[in-house]
Design a protein around this ligand. Structure first.
Ligand code: ZN
Length: 136
C-alpha cells in the first residue's frame, strides 16, 4: 500500500456552527462545504489546510458513532484519514497483515470518497480511515 498524504483529520464536535466559527474567526480558515451523511448519522464541515482537510463531525443521532464517541470521550480528534490508491487492495493487504477491519469493503464517505476504517484495537488506539478519490 502506498499512502500519499493525510487526506483529513476528523474532529468530533458538539455544535457544528460554533466550531465553524472558531476555525474561521480564530484560525482564519474558511469552510468550503457542509454535508450531511445520513448513513453515518453526522453532519460534516470541511476546511482545507494545504493538501489536508479538517473534517468537523457533528452527530445527528445520539446512537450514531459520533454521538457515542462524544458521550464517552467528549469533543476531540476522532480519526485520521490517509489517502491511498486502490482502496480494496489496501484493505485486503492490511487485513492479511493482521489488522482488524471495520469495513471489509469500501463504502462511500463524504465528498464522494471511497473509504474504509481500520479498527482502533489494531492501530494503537487511533481510528484510522483509508480513502481513495476515484475522481482523480
Ligand atoms: Zn473521515
Amino acid at each position: 500500500m502506498k499512502i500519499s498524504h493525510i487526506e483529513h483529520i476528523g474532529i468530533a464536535v458538539k455544535n457544528l456552527q460554533d466550531s465553524i466559527l472558531y476555525y474561521e474567526s480564530i484560525l482564519g480558515f474558511s469552510c468550503y462545504a457542509i454535508e450531511e451523511i445520513p448513513d453515518q448519522k453526522v453532519k460534516t464541515a470541511f476546511f482545507l489546510v494545504g493538501q489536508t482537510k479538517i473534517e468537523l463531525l457533528e452527530s445527528t443521532d445520539p446512537e450514531g458513532p459520533i454521538g457515542k464517541f462524544l458521550e464517552k470521550k467528549g469533543e476531540g480528534i476522532h480519526h485520521i484519514a490517509f489517502a491511498t490508491q486502490n482502496l480494496e487492495e489496501a484493505l485486503t493487504e492490511v487485513e492479511t497483515k493482521g489488522v482488524q477491519l471495520i469495513d471489509k469493503i469500501p463504502r462511500k464517505g463524504a465528498e464522494g470518497l471511497h473509504i474504509g476504517f481500520l479498527h482502533p484495537k489494531s492501530t494503537q488506539g487511533v481510528l484510522t480511515e483509508l480513502c481513495e478519490d476515484k475522481s482523480k
